[in-house]
Design a binder for this molecule. Structure first.
Ligand code: HEC
Length: 125
């Protein structure tokens, strides 16, 4: 009888421990998601890029006048001409005379997120 009680006790403790572990796994999953949400490509675009590249990815007239080489992200053919790694590099290090690099202002994750975001501006042909 005693032995049975002990093993019941052990079983209860084990179930409890498994429950704790599940909770912990759930917590890490949640905090991972929060980090992902914190790196919001659109948010970064609106803060750091829209001034030149336009809210929707098409440069404003003023911006076109000022920066003749500025690209139009609503044109999906632009993305067939560039690899993601090239876009990332342009955002990181800058390009030409007017596109400054963002490696000091944005983290790698933020640069990646905003690089993915500009793809979503392209109109489906
Ligand atoms: C001060 C204006 C300005 C800002 C702010 C700016 N850009 Fe640019 N960007 C330019 C200009 C001008 C070019 C064209 C450069 C060239 O080819 O000479 C360009 C080019 C690019 C290109 C194309 C590079 C290629 O491969 O041809 C990408 C991608 C880009 N910008 C992304 C971004 C992102 C993302 C941000 C915000 C994090 C941003 N830019 C902020 C002016 C700007």
């Amino acid at each position: 009888m005693k032995i049975r009680n002990i093993s019941l006790g052990i079983a209860t403790v084990m179930v409890g421990a498994i429950g704790l572990n599940l909770n912990r796994a759930h917590a890490t999953e949640l905090s991972k998601r929060t980090v992902e949400q914190a790196v919001d490509g659109k948010d970064i675009y609106m803060k750091s890029c829209k001034e030149c590249h336009g809210v929707l990815g098409a440069p404003t007239k003023a911006s076109l006048r000022k920066y003749e080489k500025i690209q139009n992200f609503t044109d999906s053919s632009f993305f067939t001409k560039r690899k993601d790694s090239e876009l990332t590099e342009a955002i990181e290090k800058g390009k030409g005379r007017d596109m400054k690099g963002f490696s000091e202002k944005l983290s790698k994750e933020e640069i990646h997120a905003v690089m993915l975001y500009i793809h979503t501006l392209a109109k489906k042909a």
